[in-house]
Write a protein of this length. Structure first.
Length: 143
């Protein structure tokens, strides 16, 4: 987590809930160190509230085989594919349910984690270029 405007309120919440031994606030992390946080995480949450066109952090988390939970808006549900779960935007109960599923079900967590390389394959440069060329060829042939 960064040092945004909610940092103090979140730190106070951690104290109130008495979960300080399980929560850390790293602040801004250089990109080169992000991997150690992704690999240490049990799950990565991408809680978009607006229709994001992609979500690069989702791919970053999957590079470390970290199961991902994303909201149901924009491209993130398509990006995460079989390597994560989708919750209804703004529905805290649904998010909690998905997190509990991943944390309590080792088989599900392992399946999502093992699906990460397959999902990432679709975003390899050669794969993307091939798909872009197919779309261009289809558009040109229709004219």
């Amino acid at each position: 987590m960064g040092d945004g405007p909610q940092a103090m309120a979140l730190k106070e919440l951690v104290l109130q809930l008495e979960v300080g031994e399980r929560v850390s606030f790293a602040g801004w992390v250089p990109h080169g160190m992000a991997g150690q946080y992704y690999s240490a995480a049990d799950v990565f949450v991408h809680p978009a509230i607006w229709a994001e066109p992609f979500g690069r952090t989702i791919l970053e988390a999957m590079q470390f085989q970290t199961p991902t939970v994303v909201s149901n808006v924009g491209a993130p549900p398509e990006v995460v594919g079989d390597a994560g779960l989708v919750f209804q935007r703004g529905n805290v109960d649904d998010l909690v349910q998905k997190l509990e599923m991943i944390c309590r079900d080792n088989e599900l967590r392992q399946r999502l984690s093992s699906n990460c390389p397959k999902v990432l394959q679709a975003y390899e440069p050669d794969e993307l270029l091939g798909r872009i060329l197919e779309v261009y060829q289809q558009v040109v042939s229709e004219q």
